[in-house]
Design a protein around this ligand. Structure first.
Ligand code: ADE
Length: 239
């Protein structure tokens, strides 16, 4: 899968995505991250990419031309018009199901806005999806783009070495993840739950599932509405 990120701050994006699991995925050619500096496409003598808003008001607006030309360079390179995500608090709120769906795309373009916004006309021309990463306002779209690239990449087959961890972790099946423990069995006077040392895999699985249900009930009860629950789960919830 290829990600194309249109930004005025390419170093920020490159530094954020070159380590750990995502860095390895790039090295193994499972994903490609193509960072495009919008400023490289300005036709302005002074390399300007923004201007005052028509109608007045605070801040600057990113102009249409450099963004459009940067986008066209991607389209020319890949030979079709991939889905183009504009990161904005006004968009649909990003969730795990969307990450899974985007992971099926061959190419995905992200447009990172800055200042007071982007000229609406270029958004109308190139953007197919408006996405927010949550109900708070950031200074630009770079962090949201990185969040999305991370979440989507781990859904690309082969990126997670243990294929299982992609499907059993938090939010798959609508529940939060159960707690994990590692050595030593006693740390700081705190014991690892006995069941995990029992070697009884059926018991362990059912204990973990109960923990997931309890956690979800405690921290994110609204998720239970959509979760796949057994009769035993419902009994546990009502206890
Ligand atoms: N740009 C600024 N804030 C944002 C948010 N919460 N989500 C996506 N893009 C943004």
């Amino acid at each position: 899968m290829r990600f194309h990120i249109l930004t005025l701050f390419p170093e920020m994006v490159m530094q954020g995505l070159n380590t750990s699991i995502i860095g390895n995925a790039v090295e193994q050619n499972l994903i490609e991250i193509n960072v495009i500096n919008i400023r490289d496409f300005t036709k302005d003598r002074h390399k300007k990419v923004d201007d005052y808003p028509y109608g007045g008001g605070a801040g600057m607006v990113m102009q249409a031309q450099p963004i459009y030309d940067a986008w066209k360079s991607i389209v020319a390179q890949v030979g079709y018009e991939p889905r183009c995500v504009y990161l904005t608090p006004q968009g649909q709120v990003f969730a795990q199901g969307m990450a899974k769906e985007y992971a099926r795309e061959e190419d995905l373009i992200f447009l990172c806005g800055h200042y007071e916004g982007v000229d609406e006309r270029v958004l109308e021309e190139i953007v197919t999806d408006y996405v927010s990463i949550g109900d708070y306002v950031l200074t630009g779209g770079e962090l949201p783009a990185m969040v999305m690239v991370d979440a989507i990449s781990r859904m690309v087959p082969g990126v997670l070495t243990n294929e299982e961890s992609g499907s059993t972790e938090s939010l798959e099946g609508g529940l939060l993840e159960y707690p994990q423990y590692s050595r030593p069995a006693n740390w700081n006077g705190k014991e690892v739950p006995q069941v995990l040392l029992s070697g009884d895999h059926k018991k362990i699985e059912s204990w973990r599932h109960e923990q997931s249900v309890q956690r979800t009930l405690r921290n994110r009860p609204e998720l239970l509405e959509e979760a796949e629950l057994s009769r035993a789960d419902v009994k546990q919830i009502l206890k």
